[in-house]
Ligand binder design. Structure first.
Ligand code: FES
Length: 117
């Protein structure tokens, strides 16, 4: 198992980078790094997480729906599904949809500052 560098790009956002293990989905690694990517099924079937790998190679952790990976005009496979894609090299990915940032510890804002003594 290795860890590769992933860079996400979107035309409306500044690029972000994070590490992703070769046995981990890019969507999961993004979440751990504080980025929420569009997703629905998390099984490679809906296309919500589709994105274009512009540099590097990915491996498939599970089968991807060809329908969602194809260019609608040419029919060629141009996109990958990040919920079932792991990096096989360092990668640069052009996102179809923007991501959101999240607190890395969503519970921290709900914890009391101090318990009564
Ligand atoms: S979340 Fe459905 S294909 Fe990735």
């Amino acid at each position: 198992m290795r860890t590769f560098q992933v860079e996400l790009r979107h035309s409306e956002q500044s690029a972000v980078q994070f590490g992703c293990r070769s046995d981990q989905s890019i969507l999961d690694a993004a979440y751990c790094a504080g980025y929420l990517l569009a997703s629905t099924c998390l099984r490679g079937g809906c296309g919500a997480c589709r994105a274009k790998v512009i540099v590097g190679k990915i491996s498939e952790l599970a089968p991807m729906s060809n329908t969602h990976c194809q260019d609608p005009v040419s029919g060629k496979i141009t996109h990958r599904l990040l919920c079932v894609a792991a990096p096989a090299t360092d990668v640069i990915i052009e996102m179809d949809r923007p991501w959101r940032t999240r607190s890395k510890n969503p519970l921290s804002s709900r914890l009391p500052g101090r318990l009564p003594g």
